[in-house]
Design a protein. Structure first.
Length: 463
């Protein structure tokens, strides 16, 4: 490109694409033999020698013209060709439809008699065989093939519906462009690193569907308001009591009334909950893992976090698993921003079974960074003596802790610790494992509506 600029030439579209890392590979094929040009020249010479034989001369000239025209057409066939995917939404729950719109453009005057796109997809569109052609599945990837004729300076739009049965981050692409000349003597094929991402959240259920109490599932909140203070929002003021904290004194109101007044805070806005998810589904890491049990645990953690957000609590997430191609535990610090639930669900969507540390170490380390009145909720597929010991120590230290076990057997009794049992045969888990299409109602419908207005977010792992 630099040499072209020095010569005063304008860099080609393909050169710009290559410099940006979009063009991965180019291949060219031809059924035009190298011997055709010498043969065409021979025909012209014979035609001139043999008394100006018009037939031989014309045949040779036509062969040269076809070669020149086809070669030029091939070189310019993919110049100015665009392929773009757009989606009606990029973050959904399992089995919800996503409408993918493919816009194909030819930004030059040269028409193309044939143009083919092979797009790699993680799932097959519902319209397979009606608009585009599915040419097979390889390693869980499908190839959507679109073949069309397009005129100069024209656009073509096609729509497909995709459904994703499981949570996760799904990548669509790359794309292969293929075209050639009008005589189909030459073809050119290019692979472009044109990818898109769809995030599929884990299933979210109301807590009562999991067998958890719908009201105050993590303990009575009508305790001393000083435990749940929020320096931003207050309900009012009252007379100062000796047990009140000095920093809660409302000095302006005290000056006006002539006696010390204490701020009264809204306990719901001051509530903080940290959800700890254990991705280890076996008691020992070398025993492997149970995929279904991991999905259940992730969905329960998502449901608990969704409940906390609906209650306007500050909710955080801590997972001893990692994002793909990462070895750091997942951390989403507690927050009350409108995007908080999206951040948590995206982190859970990307969670893998690889355990970066024991859940006991993670809880011990992260609990020191959380507000003292925060409620710590542990979601785990099994309960070990080490987990019980950590929960007991946190409880003894004055922390609010709760345990949600997904094991087959009931968890052991732990004095003063809220303990819930969500066994594998819970009815909602059959829906998760059967991938049944259900209509979102109640709180999940409100959650989906709220998430639809939030911009796309790239989940980050702990640095």
């Amino acid at each position: 490109m630099a040499r072209q600029l020095v010569r005063g030439a304008v860099p080609r579209f393909e050169d710009v694409a290559t410099s940006r890392g979009l063009l991965l590979k180019e291949r060219q094929e031809s059924i035009f033999s190298d011997a055709w040009i010498p043969v065409a020249v021979l025909f012209i010479i014979i035609g001139l020698i043999a008394g100006r034989n018009v037939g031989m001369f014309t045949l040779g000239l036509v062969l040269l013209l076809i070669y020149a025209l086809s070669s030029w057409w091939k070189d310019n066939a993919l110049t100015g060709v665009t392929y773009q995917r757009t989606f009606d939404r990029t973050r959904v729950f399992p089995t919800e439809p996503v409408v993918m719109t493919i816009s194909i453009g030819n930004l030059k005057s040269l028409p193309l008699t044939w143009l083919r796109f092979d797009d790699r997809l993680p799932v097959a569109p519902l319209e397979s065989g009606q608009i585009g052609e599915m040419i097979g599945q390889t390693h869980g990837q499908y190839t959507l093939r679109n073949i069309l004729t397009i005129g100069g300076n024209s656009h073509v739009t096609r729509r497909f519906t995709l459904t994703f049965p499981h949570r996760g981050f799904y990548t669509l692409g790359p794309v292969t462009y293929r075209s050639g000349d009008i005589f189909t003597l030459f073809t050119i094929e290019r692979d472009y690193d044109d990818t898109s991402r769809i995030v599929v959240f884990p299933k979210v259920w109301p807590l009562e569907a999991l067998g958890l109490p719908a009201k105050e599932p993590f303990g009575e909140l009508n305790v001393r308001r000083s435990l749940f203070t929020d320096p931003i929002r207050t309900q009012g003021i009252r007379d100062y009591h000796p047990q009140d904290r000095f920093r809660d004194v409302h000095w302006k109101a005290s000056a006006q009334r002539g006696s010390l007044q204490t701020k009264v805070y809204d306990p719901s806005t001051g509530m903080t909950m940290a959800v700890f998810l254990n991705v280890a589904t076996m008691r020992r890491h070398w025993m492997g893992f149970e995929p279904q049990q991991l999905e259940r645990a992730i969905s329960v953690a998502a449901s608990v976090a969704s409940y906390g957000v609906e209650q306007k609590w500050g909710v955080g997430l801590y997972v001893n698993g990692a994002f793909p191609k990462s070895d750091q535990s997942i951390r989403v610090p507690p927050g009350r921003s409108p995007e908080q639930l999206a951040h948590i669900l995206e982190a859970l969507a990307a969670t893998t079974e690889f355990a970066t540390a024991s859940i006991e170490k993670l809880m011990t380390r992260e609990s020191t960074r959380l507000p003292w009145p925060a409620t710590l909720v542990l979601v785990t597929a099994h309960v070990t003596e080490e987990m019980a010991a950590v929960l007991a120590r946190l409880k003894k230290a004055g922390r609010r802790v709760a345990l949600i076990s997904l094991a087959e057997e009931s968890p052991p009794f732990m004095d003063g610790i809220l303990t819930y049992h969500v066994p594998p045969h819970t009815p909602v888990f059959a829906e998760l494992e059967g991938n049944e299409v259900t209509l979102a109602t109640g709180s999940q419908a409100a959650t989906i509506a709220a998430l639809a207005t939030i911009p796309a977010y790239e989940a980050q792992s702990e640095s």
